[in-house]
Design a protein around this ligand. Sequence first.
Ligand code: HXC
Ligand code: NAP
Length: 271
Amino acid sequence: MTIPETLTQNQPDRSAAADYRGKRVVISGGSSGIGLGIAQHLAALGAQVAILGRTQDKLDAATASIIAAGGHAAGFSVDVRDAAKVAETLAACREQHGEIDALIAAAAGNFFVPAAKMSANAFKTVIDIDLVGTFNVFSAALPLLRKPGASLIAITAPQAQRAMPLQAHACAAKAGIDMLVKCLALEWGALGVRVNAVSPGPIADTEGLSKLSASPEIETFVREATALKRFGKAEDIAQAVAFLCSAQAGYVTGSILDCDGGMRLGNFHSP
Ligand code: HXC
Ligand code: NAP
């Protein structure tokens, strides 16, 4: 089939979109699951990546996987709930590797519990890791970013848009992240910083999905609740992040990019 000439004109330079050489990218929660997929993908595109997480063994395995594939990676052990330590860690990262081009906030904690049985500390724990943690890494990164042109990306979830049973803490935290992204985009745009979010649906082979899919029946129910009738891959989320951090998305800020197979549309009825 011949592609009409009108469709081949004025197309963006895709080779530039895939080129992260010389870029420095920080991923909090980059030592497993979706965050690791993002780190591996951006490193394969040429970025020098720094990964933040609590567990040193996970950081070592994650950086080793990237280095073995020919990429550049370093790991930093820190809890995103500790604002002072986050600022210290990102300053050390800046000192060792230079100004930061992009930071992706993917760290999160989750468990399923009825709201009536949720302790105040259980609620606070998830708000602190997801929402406060995202604010901590974004605000600590702000003075260390290469401006103009830097990008901040939060990893949110369909729970920000749709109420879900047993998820009051995560729904509240992710809804807070969506609004935080919009507020920071508004305030920091003039500084040359774009702030966006990616909202993954159920992603295969992740901690998040295994917590959600307590039985094969629930796993089938979750898959059927997507419009595409399949789970996504960490690579799908990494592609969305790579686009949002690229020059091709240079006029995109304050946006939530749904990369969820249509999960947020709420196809929760029986077939
Ligand atoms: C009820 C629970 C609980 C559970 C913990 N708590 N687990 N309550 N049911 N299953 C309560 C504890 O009793 C305590 O409250 C409070 O939460 C803090 O627990 P700690 O164990 O002290 O917290 P901490 O050591 O900081 O660990 C945080 C964690 C843990 C969230 C509990 O699971 C973690 O570190 N998770 C990181 C990995 C993760 O969850 N990944 C999945 C992300 S997926 P009290 O009152 O007793 O002191 C995701 C979205 C998925 O975010 C979307 C799917 C579609
Ligand atoms: P995961 O594998 O459990 O990854 C969580 C990452 O965050 C790990 O690197 C973890 O390392 C780190 N982390 C957790 N708590 C931390 C803390 N307090 N301080 C610093 N680092 C911390 O989870 P995932 O399922 O891939 O989820 C990744 C992101 O995608 C989360 O934001 C999640 O809400 C979102 N999401 C996931 C799905 C899904 O289907 N999986 C769907 C929608 C949204 P340590 O434990 O060593 O700290």
